[in-house]
Design a protein around this ligand. Sequence first.
Ligand SMILES: *[C@@H]1O[C@H](CO)[C@@H](O)[C@H](O)[C@H]1NC(C)=O
Ligand SMILES: *[C@@H]1O[C@H](CO)[C@@H](O)[C@H](O)[C@H]1NC(C)=O
Ligand SMILES: *[C@@H]1O[C@H](CO)[C@@H](O)[C@H](O)[C@H]1NC(C)=O
Ligand SMILES: *[C@@H]1O[C@H](CO)[C@@H](O)[C@H](O)[C@H]1NC(C)=O
Ligand SMILES: *[C@@H]1O[C@H](CO)[C@@H](O)[C@H](O)[C@H]1NC(C)=O
Ligand SMILES: *[C@@H]1O[C@H](CO)[C@@H](O)[C@H](O)[C@H]1NC(C)=O
Length: 927
Amino acid sequence: MARWALVLALVGAWWAPAQLMEPPHCAAAGRCTAAGSSQSEYIYIVDGFTVNLEYTDSGYFKLKCTKGLTLDNSALPTFESQLRVNKVYFEDCPSPQSSYADVLERFNVVVLEKMTLTKIGNLTATHFAQLQHLHKLELLTAALAPGALAALSQLQYLLLDSVRTAPGELRRLPASLETLSLMRMGMDVTAADLAALPRLDYLVVRDPANVRVDASAAPRMLSLDLPAAVLARELSPSLRKLTVFGWGEAHPAPWLQCALESLDVRDALAEELPPGWLARCSALQSLRVDSAGRLARLEPGALRGAVALRELRVVSTALQYLPPGLLDDVPQLKLLDLSSNRLLELPGGLFAKTNALESLNLSSNQLTQSVLSSLSAVTSLVSLDLSNNNLKDSCGSKSDAVRESSPLQYLKLLRKLVLKNTNISMICRDWRENMPQLKTLDLTDNLFEYITFADMQFYGTADVSVDLQRNNVSVLEYTREDYKSAVNLDKPALRARLVLSSRLRCDCHVYWAARAFHERPAHAPLVPRCADGSPLGRAPAALECAGAPPGVRCAAPCACAWRPGERAVLRVRCEGAALRSARAALAAVHAPRGLAADWELYLANNSIERVLDLRNNSVSSLSARSARQLVRRGAWLAGNPLHCGCGAADALAVLRAGLRDAAAATCLGGAPLAGARPAPCAAWPAPALGAAAALATLLLGAALLAALWRQPGLRLRLKAALHRRGWLPAQPEPDDDARRFDVFVSFSHGDEHFVRSQLVARLESGPAPYRLCLHYRDWAPGGWIPAQIAASVRASRRTVAVVSEHFLRSSWARAEFQEAHALALREARPRLVVVLLEEPARLPLDDRLRRYLAANTYVRWGDPWFWEKLYLALPRGRGPAPAGGPAGPAAPLATTLASGAPPALDKSSDALDGDESTLVPLTPALA
Ligand SMILES: *[C@@H]1O[C@H](CO)[C@@H](O)[C@H](O)[C@H]1NC(C)=O
Ligand SMILES: *[C@@H]1O[C@H](CO)[C@@H](O)[C@H](O)[C@H]1NC(C)=O
Ligand SMILES: *[C@@H]1O[C@H](CO)[C@@H](O)[C@H](O)[C@H]1NC(C)=O
Ligand SMILES: *[C@@H]1O[C@H](CO)[C@@H](O)[C@H](O)[C@H]1NC(C)=O
Ligand SMILES: *[C@@H]1O[C@H](CO)[C@@H](O)[C@H](O)[C@H]1NC(C)=O
Ligand SMILES: *[C@@H]1O[C@H](CO)[C@@H](O)[C@H](O)[C@H]1NC(C)=O
């Protein structure tokens, strides 16, 4: 015994540290033994019968008997010290001979509140002696002798389940009862029964038999669960809350008396709800009709008289249509739940009078998009659920990039919008922009395939949760501009918390999104993942789409892949294709001439021995040494603007003798290499040294590549930035020396900062500064602008046009461009040098400019070799002007021209830009 007590104490301490009570012990040695325990459960064997005992201190005490054991058995274990609990349960223990109070005393247990007896047998008043203090009693499966409970004078709650009693027994229950539950009692509840229970507040009757309960005498709350309950036409004046499961009235007649505040009928057999059936229920605030499979019709006046109605739920019925004006009688309605019906549409004007409606649930009907228009007037809505209806997209079609607003755009107070399983595929604009309070947007189970950056921008004050689970979202679509915004905004750009359950298809389509998530993961509160589980932002550069971008054809044996980017990347994979030259690889790819892409050519595991095909590139000046290297490598050089001027004689001799395609190679200007015999020259123009160095680098790189190609098994990666234009070497231009300026800089006011801080600062300094013509400095105030333009162009050896969006919008700047272009054409000399401030693709170029750029020299600001290229394109600077210098020209330009044109505009920078109305017609030569 002691051993057991110790074990149990230890186990008890282990399992239930909060339990301070020692478990009961067996006093009758030999007849009672403890057989084990777990947590709060203890097992004893008493006279061979198993006894299950559970308890917690101050909580409950529960005893479960096995057949044959009685509570009178003197060998049952007892607690050493008194156990006080709120609840006591005796399960399957036949009623004892004495009172339950005696039984508990033998266990040394005091019950304070509630007793539950299950499968007891006969119960008499004796059994409840000395238990007057009990508040709650539950009897399940028993037989109750007349007046057995009468002495429980403080009983407030009584549950009788399958208890046999004599008729009229209800009238002998304690008058103190407040709550009475009668389950499976098979007995009617009459007005007389209820009259005997003056304090009764809540009556629950649940019975498989159709017993009758007199609702005209019901207490404040009545809950019935019967096969087909039929209620009195006059409801008790004290009845406020009525719940009926199994409402049996097919055509409910109007109640004559009704003080109800809440009516909840379920499993109703009603086929209609006739007009005026609630006419007397003017206090009714909440009505629910649920699971009424036969209810197919509501009459127009069905809610008449229920003027206080705040909440109306008509769910799971067969309703297809609602009568017009149904809600006109319930102007205070705040909540309307019409879910799980068969509604096909809503009648017009249904919500005309419901100005207070906040919550509307129309889920699981057969509504279509037209319902949205019916809802656009319900501007008081805070919560709207339209799930499980075939709504489809209401703000554009799937293929549209732009999302319009839906008819819900007027619901500006919405906090919750639930559109689960509605066959939609896009987030309408108004949901993001017009609903500042929106917190929950549930879009699960829809047809979303891609989400754009704009889709994630919600303009409200709250952080929105957008649930897109169980959609097949495979693309997160950012444009380059979206990427820039995502990376540049200083606060989190997007606050919508998107819940995506699908994985993205990580290819070139998500490149910009991947860049954004790579560079600034915090711009949006989500971590999108690729199909393989890796985060989208892991390696943007590796994203690619198989095949060729639009306009490019890629043929066997090479396979192409590409991705967008500041510069697109075209990867040409020709590994292990038994190719004998890189040329053969390139021949497999047909790309348009101007393709703005970086090429990556993969040639590992081929049979290439030697190759250096530099045809149609921009190689111009070569040293004799470089020329020898090229010749050794068997290079092709046709289609390059070779410099055949002074100083090139040695290099050209090497090329002529050894170049593979010497016969086809040409000088700048097109003369054949074969015939070029340049003279030695006095000095190499200083600025061109940079370009020479650049070319040397190019050649070294080429040599290295050629060396690498020879090594079998080594993966070659050739990145060829294709500068297809030739950059002119500085050549003497004796006839130009008479011109007053070296360079006329044509630009728009919008780019003045760039011109002053970069171009002017650089070109007017250094060992050979340029004589620049700048309109803000060198033009005569008040001169006729077209004349000044023409004069400036003619007085300068070159015109540098700084082309940007500003430039293209400025009519004067365009006029300058045309003038210089026209002059270049007339003189058949490259007079015009274009400096592009942005990628040509990003500029709104007209056809003329586009053609010009395709055919001529331009220099891109941002190019690492910008200055070298620019110097190459310009003649040598002649140093400061002899008289005055650039900052103080001798005479304003226009005065050097005889022009009879009227002085018109003040050529201030502002007047130059954008104002077409001030444009003076250009001379015929320019047009
Ligand atoms: C209960 O009482 C009825 C008659 O009042 C008797 O027939 C029955 O045997 C009793 N049952 C038990 C278990 O004592
Ligand atoms: C609308 O009703 C459906 C079915 O009755 C329920 O599941 C859903 O939660 C309700 N919607 C809202 C927003 O309460
Ligand atoms: C969505 O469209 C499909 C195909 O048209 C249809 O079968 C399905 O029932 C629609 N979903 C809903 C909720 O109506
Ligand atoms: C999801 O979309 C991808 C392509 O966008 C498609 O291949 C796939 O079959 C779709 N999956 C489902 C379950 O619809
Ligand atoms: C080249 O061939 C070797 C041997 O067959 C192979 O292991 C290697 O992966 C190949 N390399 C490429 C880039 O295909
Ligand atoms: C170089 O360009 C010329 C003119 O466009 C073309 O005819 C020639 O085939 C090109 N050479 C190569 C090797 O692509």
